[in-house]
Design a protein around this ligand. Structure first.
Ligand code: IMP
Length: 197
């Protein structure tokens, strides 16, 4: 049976990607199957670079095809920040709540039309002996004036998905996955996998 290693310790991401591969004759491994593997830092200037770096590190350690993702929020009024620093926006070990508070503070007083933003996600596939491939997905929206909703994670309570006029934190995970940056990137990744494996 073919194998693929997901370069993630995040259970939610692993579940989402496993669902995508359901029905395929493929064994899905994760970093938990390789406790000795040390992941490199996310120090590249863009999502694609970070995703490729992680996938290549795992492919070279395991000798197996590997898939990694990197994602974050870009806010127009902040010149694209927090971007690749989304998880660490308010400090190295900052919580989602601290990151959201800082974001709302930085945008305080800006009218809705100046609060444009997008989530972006890059998924990289590294296969030993082949060139690494990266696909991307993005989802445009607007930053709310205050948090709203209980679902999701990260910036979901402050990210308004324009076509619905509600935050990601108010959408079901199925509805969010259909339109989200990660959902779109993973759909493309599915095609890429068919081609590469
Ligand atoms: P990473 O891809 O695990 O490095 O995550 C980057 C950070 O971007 C997360 O910690 C979140 O703060 C943010 N982020 C990425 N995708 C989403 C999303 O779908 N909703 C909310 N926040 C997200």
């Amino acid at each position: 049976m073919k194998k693929i290693v997901l370069a993630t310790n995040n259970r939610n991401k692993a579940v989402e990607i496993k669902q995508l591969l359901e029905g395929w004759d493929i064994e899905v491994l994760t970093l938990q199957d390789y406790p000795g593997l040390e992941m490199p830092g996310e120090d590249r200037p863009d999502f694609a670079g970070n995703a490729a770096k992680k996938a290549e590190a795992v492919a070279s350690y395991t000798g197996l095809p590997a898939m990694a993702d990197d994602s974050g929020l870009e806010v127009d009024a902040l010149g694209g920040r927090p971007g690749v620093r989304s998880a660490r926006y308010a400090g190295e070990n900052s919580s989602d709540r601290e990151n959201n508070e800082l974001l709302l503070k930085e945008l305080a007083g800006l009218p809705p039309e100046e609060r444009g933003a997008r989530f972006r996600c890059a998924v990289a596939m590294a296969v030993p002996g082949k060139e690494t491939r990266v696909v991307e997905g993005s989802c445009p929206g607007r930053i709310a004036e205050k948090p709203d909703g209980e679902g999701g994670f990260g910036y979901d309570p402050v990210f308004i998905y324009e076509p619905e006029g509600i935050t990601f934190a108010r959408m079901s995970s199925e509805a969010k996955n259909r339109v989200s940056h990660r959902g779109k990137a993973l759909q493309k990744a599915r095609k890429l996998l068919k081609e590469l494996l």
